[in-house]
Design a protein around this ligand. Structure first.
Ligand code: ZN
Length: 415
């Protein structure tokens, strides 16, 4: 399957979040997935049939709501001669907006990947699972840390490190009490170590074999034990084949997982998290320069730099959750733009017009996700856009220390 761009992923993720917030009072939210191969006329006929079936719905309000949702989809279908390249999804229905009130919502989505199955569903929630599957992370690496005392098994899913299993051994230390029993002690120790490695090998193989799309395995740990473990084939042969490399880490516990990922991303540029870390390090290095710094941060500064077209790389935190609103005065047509947080949106009251009559309230005429708005601006001036998760330490600092918006300029500028 094709990889989605970061922007496509972000937009789809936000769309799913929005759809998930819609709740119907009854089973009256319709989700309709139309694959690219489906005839539009077949879909219309199917809906007309659903329409006559829905006449039997007992509750009057539910019946009315379902029928109007179907009607709405039917009228939207008229705009299509055939489904778009990847098909189309309709989410239509009356969502509950509290105190017995409902509001009609209609989303028509052309997904970034092809829809494979035709599906009609009427429920109290929108059915978003097929879209969520498109978002599923396909860059997955197995992580294994091992020495004679501890074993930790985990996964690197995109940027996220997951701990799946932590085990400790009963293998005694290498040094016995000396004397006659020394040889016997050593032999017992080796038997115990062998059993430990078998146990770890089996557990790791079981976990990794259960993971579809595993791109490779990174093995870590201090000292030579990990090499011995790999050389002696303690892992299932299919898993053995997926080992990419061995890395020295100081820890073999949960902390070691992060250490392993950081160490590996130093040499493996193909790791997604490596790209994030690298670009953030470049930015942070610029921040500390006292002269000729290329670092720019803060929304206002970034806007100025984008307008001048000097942004080489725009860094946006996936966690931003902000909107850019365009406000307009209906009397004098004066417009202005402001940025607000998602959680302020619901209680937001537009201000009075500052241009003409101060008693005229301005109206929201446009609402765009801030990430989309800034990305478009960067695209237009040839800047790269990198949407950064908060899963790495660097990504976290972009969000918390730089308010989630930063950039690297093409050359030093005075803003
Ligand atoms: Zn005005």
């Amino acid at each position: 399957m094709a990889e989605l761009t970061e922007r496509q992923k972000y937009d789809l993720k936000r769309k799913i979040e929005e759809l998930k917030q819609c709740k119907g009072k009854h089973t009256e939210l319709i989700s309709l997935y139309v694959p690219p191969s489906k005839q539009i006329s077949d879909v219309s006929n199917y809906l007309k049939n659903e329409q006559s079936q829905s006449q039997n719905i007992k509750s009057k309000t539910t019946r009315k709501n379902v029928l109007s949702a179907i009607e709405s989809i039917l009228s939207r279908l008229k705009y299509f001669k055939q489904p778009p390249e990847n098909g189309v999804v309709f989410f239509v229905g009356h969502k509950s907006i509290g105190s017995d009130q409902t509001e009609m919502v209609a989303h028509v989505i052309e997904p970034p990947l092809p829809i494979t199955t035709y599906l009609y569903r009427c429920d109290s929630l929108f059915y978003v699972e097929p879209l969520e599957i498109m978002l599923k992370e396909r860059e997955i690496y197995g992580l294994l840390l091992i020495d004679r005392r501890e074993c930790t098994i985990g996964l690197l899913r995109g940027n996220r490190t997951e701990l799946l299993k932590y085990m400790t051994s009963q293998v005694p230390g290498k040094h016995g009490r000396g004397g006659q029993s020394q040889r016997r002690f050593e032999r017992l120790t080796e038997i115990a170590a062998h059993e430990w490695f078998v146990k770890c090998g089996e557990k790791a193989s079981e976990i990794f074999l259960g993971e579809e799309n595993l791109k490779g395995i990174l093995v870590g740990g201090p000292g030579p034990t990990k090499q011995y473990f790999v050389d002696e084939n303690y892992l299932h042969y299919e898993i053995q084949d997926k080992i990419i490399d061995l890395f020295d880490t100081g820890y073999t516990d949960e902390f070691g997982l992060k250490e392993l990922v950081t160490t590996a991303s130093g040499t493996m540029d193909e790791l997604k998290i490596a790209k994030e870390k690298k670009v953030m390090k470049r930015f942070l290095k610029e921040v500390t320069k006292s002269e000729g710094s290329l670092a720019i941060y803060g929304e206002e500064q970034i806007r100025k730099a984008l307008e001048m077209g000097v942004i080489d790389t725009l860094l946006l935190s996936e966690q931003l959750r902000r909107y850019r609103l365009k406000l307009k005065c209906s009397t004098c047509d004066y417009t202005k733009e402001i940025t607000i947080n998602e959680d302020e949106l619901e209680t937001f009251n537009p201000p009075n017009c500052s241009k003409c009559d101060k008693s005229t309230l301005m109206e929201i005429v446009e609402k765009v996700d801030l990430i989309d708005e800034l990305s478009d601006k960067a695209d237009k001036t040839g800047g790269k856009v990198i949407i950064i998760s908060i899963d790495s330490e660097e990504g976290d600092s972009l969000f918390s220390a730089f308010n989630g918006i930063a950039g690297i300029a093409r050359y030093p500028v005075e803003l």
